[in-house]
Design a protein. Structure first.
Length: 136
């Protein structure tokens, strides 16, 4: 098991590794995924190290306000018509970074439904999306 000192997401939360941060509060940080499924795909993580929602069921409740705020921000700034919220717990469920993270994926009328949720889109310009979200 990876310790908090070597955890990629702990380092992002601490500001040691740069990210396209779109939201932060005292419990959580949200940043754009570097391999987005859809424009605006963000990850919300607790500031403290928690492996997944099974390791500490209260951690999800702690970051729930950040998840909601991030979803509203993305929908409002990007004109999304809905969002998907997803968290993988454990390798068998597809978790790759073992620090609790919740995917907040804006959804658009042009590509609806669950089947279209996780097909990567290599044409997404993360820098452009970040600019759209963070400009006033």
């Amino acid at each position: 098991m990876m310790g908090a000192m070597t955890c990629l997401f702990c380092q992002i939360a601490a500001g040691e590794i740069p990210s396209n941060q779109v939201y932060a509060d005292d419990k959580a940080v949200a940043f754009l995924d570097i391999n987005p499924w859809h424009p605006g795909h963000a990850l919300v993580i607790p500031r403290r190290h928690v492996a997944d929602l099974l390791a500490d069921p209260e951690a999800l409740a702690e970051i729930a306000p950040a998840i909601s705020a991030t979803a509203k921000l993305l929908a409002g700034k990007l004109g999304a018509h809905g969002v998907n919220i997803l968290s993988n717990a454990g390798a068998v469920a597809g978790q790759e970074v073992f620090h609790l993270h919740v995917h907040v994926v804006p959804r658009y009328e042009s590509d609806p439904g669950l089947r279209a949720l996780v097909k990567p889109d290599s044409d997404i310009d993360v820098a452009e999306i970040y600019w759209k979200i963070t400009r006033s």
